[in-house]
Ligand binder design. Sequence first.
Ligand SMILES: NC(=O)c1ccc[n+]([C@@H]2O[C@H](COP(=O)([O-])OP(=O)(O)OC[C@H]3O[C@@H](n4cnc5c(N)ncnc54)[C@H](O)[C@@H]3O)[C@@H](O)[C@H]2O)c1
Length: 385
Amino acid sequence: MHRSTFLQQSALLAAGALMNPLQSWASEKPDGKIRVAVIGCGSVSGMYLPHLTKSPFVEVVSVCDIVPDRAASRAAEFKVANRYTDITQLLAGEPFDLLINLTDMQEHGRLNKIALNSGKHVWSEKPLANSYKEGKALLDFAKTKKLRLWGAPAVVNSPQFAFMAKSILDGKLGKVAAAHAHYGHTGPTWSAFFYEKGGGSLPDLGVYNLATLTGLLGPALSVVAMTSTVTKERTVDNKGKIKVEAEDNAMVLMDHGNGIISHVQCGFNYFDPYGHEGKGQDHPTITIWGSHGNMALAGYDWAPYGVDLAVSWTEKPVRYEPDPKNYVWQQGASVVAENLVKGTEPRINVEHALHVLEIIEAARTSGQTGQRVKLSSSFPYPMVK
Ligand SMILES: NC(=O)c1ccc[n+]([C@@H]2O[C@H](COP(=O)([O-])OP(=O)(O)OC[C@H]3O[C@@H](n4cnc5c(N)ncnc54)[C@H](O)[C@@H]3O)[C@@H](O)[C@H]2O)c1
């Protein structure tokens, strides 16, 4: 069977669209690998490529960046045979099956659409489009082409997320009432897009906490938010001094139904002694309260250290899942590649990424209008059974 035909069939099988038993592409192909192209050879590609090139299920065949030197240096560093400077060349060049989109946030929707239109599966860094409407249209389009689409972040893959989700489902906290999450630093210094229209701290940072809290507590029904821009001008490596157009400070309240309310705060003006890397940050950033217990995730949700669970009046909280096991935040693309090869379905799913995108848009609208904004999207919940 031809590689691309198999990948399309396994995608369909994984989506439950065909009734045949799941079939492993890996067992049919001696190399058992999916051919991958990476577009966007900036900062985050330096985290993705080491993971991807170590995966036994991935062959990185091409890299692409509109800045030729960046594509050339990543190709040399990771021994990638082909490099290109625009998506048209990339698609006309060495054949591949999965596009990994690591470009500027504002470019994601456009490039993802071009890739799907050329028959490629897509893993996109966040957000997977500039608006919920654009993202939903991408998913509908992918379905008509029998292709798969996924979006970062991959926080739901951590064993700590699984432990928290299972604890809630098993009723360890009693009736869940409230949750809080926060993430911030002083903002990226290398690229302007983080601060331009379509950028902001919500799609860059808040997105992790929004994915974690909705993943744990269920889809949000409505959102109320305040957003602001604290730092009006910044100096960044690629454009010098720029005016900040996007919010860099946000507070979001979500109603999850059944009385459950949660809060996410994020921003690019948070002094954090652990910096952008977050190395060594083992204080709680996610806390969930219920009538019989509470839980705190130590560290960031993208780099967790464990979960402190308290269910007794007399005992101290107990730390569970102190080991991240195989989880790292930059694993998302490798995980979906492995699932495509095996014909299995990962926990991370595109409906969840789209729901988070709708929340981000609703938070911006609420911040501007002062109104509570209802949401229309949902995703398969609970995520851990
Ligand atoms: N840097 C991080 O630590 C980090 C972590 C997690 C997620 N992300 C996300 O990854 C994405 C990229 O962030 P980054 O920090 O790597 O930014 P970056 O500016 O370092 O890299 C983006 C790269 O994309 C290239 N590019 C832009 N438009 C392109 C196009 N049309 N075709 C080909 N190449 C194009 C740019 O030239 C640049 O090299 C963003 O969505 C960001 O939110 C970044």
